[in-house]
Design a protein. Sequence first.
Length: 295
Amino acid sequence: MAESNPLREPLLDWYGTHARDLPWRRADATPWGVLVSEIMLQQTPVARVLPVWAQWLARWPAPRDLAAEPPGEAVRAWGRLGYPRRALNLHACARAITADHGGEVPADHDTLRALPGIGEYTAAAVASFAFGGRHAVLDTNVRRVLARAVRGEEYPPKATTAAERALATRLLPTVDASTWGVAVMELGALVCTARAPRCADCPIAALCRWRLAGRPPHDGPARKGQAYAGTDRQCRGRLLAVLRGSHDPVPKAALDAVWSDPVQRERALDGLVHDGLAEALTDGTYRLPLAVVSE
DNA sequence: CATTCGTGGCG
DNA sequence: TCGCCAAGAAT
């Protein structure tokens, strides 16, 4: 049976001429470089990842290089990328890869999926982009493109559905599936964006059900915006920034100074320690972790 | 399935 | 200005 995916050719043609030159996509990028990029790109824009990725790969060119460091160094080098537990996940990945996989990033999807911080998307992305595996790569970009082009709706469902997975799998080419995946992602990132889609520049506009229907707006309830100011997350961010800025243990007073509410501050600090992002020393000072927290 | 988890830029 | 959103995962 011949493949029935009319989106494929125009999309691949477009990708061939419009793809960004990102370092983790180049021919000399290693699987480790791809893995690091995918973790960093979780909920974080490309522009902010670029400089940190370059620093990480220069300092830790292979998993065993990072594995040799204490986890706190990964947290420090993470800088202000956000969601710093991803730095711990990457460090834990490096140690697991070194200890259990001979220092080489595994190519198998399920093996990748079992590593810390690697969920369905990231496992598929690394298996596909680093090793050329045939996997449906369902990120927020792909979900939005398929929702519009195929389902005719402005936005995909809040949580990924079985129908979305089935659709993405059905569209997957038998040959060079990884290029198809990255091309759909790129279209979602550059043209079929969440807020102001540039349909005039879209290579599949003529086939897009949403555009053909007159771009009907999303009808359901609005998305639940994420508050930040005054939250525990902001408090944790402030506290961790203090720890990142010092190579020596910092006195408790230095942490108290960055958040006024003592109840919330203690809760946030305990949370950081519990998550393995900070260590409390016996003299009452705190620092980035030298050891991995046990459960 | 709903929450939690950072940060910053842009429309 | 400020709400929305950015290559998600874990619980």
